[in-house]
Every structure is written in C-alpha cells, then in structure tokens.
Ligand binder design. Structure first.
Ligand SMILES: [Zn+2]
Length: 364
C-alpha cells in the first residue's frame, strides 16, 4: 500500500481497533438490528514522508450515507455559537464578496446561516433531502463550472474521503482560475493531546495534522478553530500540488501509548460506575461505549438532545438513547460528558438534580 497523498511506500501502523461499526452516527429501532450491523477495522498508518495518517483497512464501498445517518451537531447551542464565530471569520476574510460553493453541505444548516448573513452560497450534497433552492442534490463537478465559484467551502468532508488528494484535484479542475478553497477538518494533534481515542472511528478514514494538510498546497493560510479541536486551511486551488510535499512525521508511539493508557483508565472508570449514563450519542459517545462497555454491562443509556436519536439504539453494543427529559426517571447517578465544550450547557439542564457530572478530563 502507498500513501494516498504522496505515494510513498514507507507506512507504519500506529493504532488498531478491530470490528468497529461502519457508521457510529446511525441509530437503530431495535437492539438486535443495532447489534447486527456491519463492522470494519481501524488500522491507522502514518506516512514517513508527508506525515499523513489514514485507515489502511477503510473500504469506501461499505459507506452509504442514507437518511438513517444522523450527524446534526447544530442542535446544541454551543455548536451554534461556534458556527456564528465561523461566520465572523468568513466576514473578516471578506468572503461575502465571493460566490461560494459549499461541497458536502449536509442538511444545509451552515449554508442557511451563511445566506441569512448575506453570503452568496450554493450547496452540493448528493444525499440532500430538503427543498432549499440553494442546494443541488449532486456531486460538484465540471458540469457546474458556469457557477463561477470564487470560493469552495469544504467543512468536515475531507476526513471521510478515501482518496483526498484525487478529490481535491477534481475540484481544482472544476473551478475557474483564481478560485480559493476553505477546508475545515478535525486536528489530529488535538486528538493526541486529549488522548481522544473516541475521536478515531471508521467514518473518518483520514487524520490530518497541521503540517500534513499544508503539504498539499504550495502556499496556504491556516488556523485553529473550536478550542483547537478543528483546523482550517485557506489556499488558492491553483496551488494544489500533484503530490504532497515532505512534511514533519515525528509523531511518536509514546503519544499513541498515552491514548491507549487512557482507554484502560476509562474502562476501569465505567466498571466502577455501574449504571452510569454517557451524555452524547454522536460518534464520540458511541465509540466510547463500544470500547469501554462492549457487552452492555455497565453503561445504562446514552443521553442525547437530538430527538431523532432518542428511543433508538446505538450501533453494535445496542445501548439505548434517551432524552434529557427522561433523566426525571432516574433518582440520580453518574453522568459522563463526552465533550467538555458542552459541560456548562449540560450543567444547566440538570440543575438541582442529584447527578454527579464527570468530564473525560477527570479520568486519569
Ligand atoms: Zn505521504
């Protein structure tokens, strides 16, 4: 196997987890349906030349983003606030003077926010099911060159794509000269710093570092977002390289072993807090439950504010998802919050009730 960005053969395996659900974000109507879903292996390899990290066992043919796929973080106030900050960044960068195309716009939540704030944006998503006149239910291609985009926005998409450089080259061929691209992806440095094993899952086949993503372009501007959890890159599409340039690949096994150590601590925590709840049934919560309580012995349920997940069951383990309102059925207990960024929001929701709230940071 060769590196998908620079074709170098020198790849080393840095992290493996067998049999994870293909889709962490899907929820199921029954426990048995949830338990019988397709699984795949996560085998992260790192390229010694450009530092790119990807899942060598990823099979894109297994992926099917259908209507059961629930990945709308916009239900959270904290996340809405983040999107507003992103709009401020877009304003600061003078993107309102540009014709924007958002590729992989999902349900169009961010696109609608951009439009409300005066941006000229058209979205593309083959899985789109709504009726917005500003979203095209298709893949973006040369067919749409006449839209004359000045800026391509690619948020949380590139980490899902099997051949990321080929995909970017396709976009570069389908825009007029002078077009720029704004890419937003999770930061692998943040995952290592937080030892966030729950942020490594099958749907994300690519893991970028600040340097490995920059190695794709001759020149770019970069920054960190969402408390360093995400990063962005802004570049001219004509600066996209044919192959990624050599970059820093000094990630050590030590950092990965620290992450595995935290997984062990988390298993111990879950076992000693039997009956506990996990707040957040997104990819993080599902990966956490799957790795710490695969046989559903300790975690009673996952709590999620997304109504489309409530009353259903998470992939593989079959833990149930309940609403915050259903916490009234509990006399009290332990709740582990999957994302520190939402801690205060959750604290408000359980105010005056007999719950102990824990963050992952408290598990050492
Ligand atoms: Zn490489």
């Amino acid at each position: 196997m060769k590196c998908k960005l620079c074709e170098n053969n020198n790849l080393s395996t840095i992290y493996t987890v067998p049999n994870v659900p293909i889709f962490q974000n899907k929820v199921y109507a029954t426990v048995s349906e949830a338990q019988n879903i397709m699984t795949g292996n996560v085998t992260l390899v790192m390229c010694s030349n450009c530092g790119f990290i990807f899942n060598a066992d990823f099979d894109r043919n297994a992926m099917n983003y259908d209507a059961q796929y629930q990945n709308e973080q916009a239900h959270s106030l904290y996340f809405k606030k983040y999107l507003l900050e992103l709009i401020d960044l877009f304003t600061e960068k003078k993107f309102h003077e540009m014709r924007i195309i958002e590729i992989g716009c999902g349900k169009g939540y961010f696109l609608e926010m951009l439009r409300k704030n005066g941006f000229d944006v058209t979205g593309f998503d083959p899985a789109y099911e709504g009726d917005s006149p500003y979203i095209v239910r298709d893949y973006y291609s040369e067919k749409y060159l006449h839209l004359n985009a000045d800026l391509i926005v690619l948020r949380h998409t590139l980490e899902h794509i099997d051949a990321p450089l080929k995909f970017l080259r396709g976009i570069a061929h389908a825009v007029s000269s002078g077009a720029q691209i704004f890419i937003e992806v999770p930061s692998f440095e943040w995952i290592l710093e937080k030892r966030a094993f729950w942020d490594i899952f099958y749907e994300h086949c690519n893991y970028f570092t600040f340097e490995s993503i920059a190695s794709l372009f001759q020149e770019s501007e970069q920054g960190l977002l969402f408390n360093n959890q995400y990063m962005y890159l802004l570049a001219d599409l004509s600066d996209l390289r044919e192959q990624a340039a050599p970059a820093n690949a000094t990630l050590t096994n030590f950092e990965v072993s620290k992450m595995l150590e935290l997984l062990r601590f988390c298993r111990e925590f879950v076992q000693s807090h039997s009956g506990m709840l996990v707040w957040g049934a997104g990819a993080k919560g599902v990966t956490f439950a799957s790795l710490t309580d695969p046989n559903r012995n300790y975690i009673s349920s996952l709590v999620d504010i997304n109504p489309e997940k409530q009353g259903r069951y998470i992939a593989k383990t079959g833990h149930s998802v309940i609403s915050p309102a259903q916490l009234a059925d509990f006399e009290g207990g332990d709740i582990l919050v999957m994302n520190d960024n939402y801690y205060q929001e959750i604290q408000k929701q359980i105010k005056g009730r007999r719950f102990n709230l824990y963050t992952l940071g408290a598990i050492q």
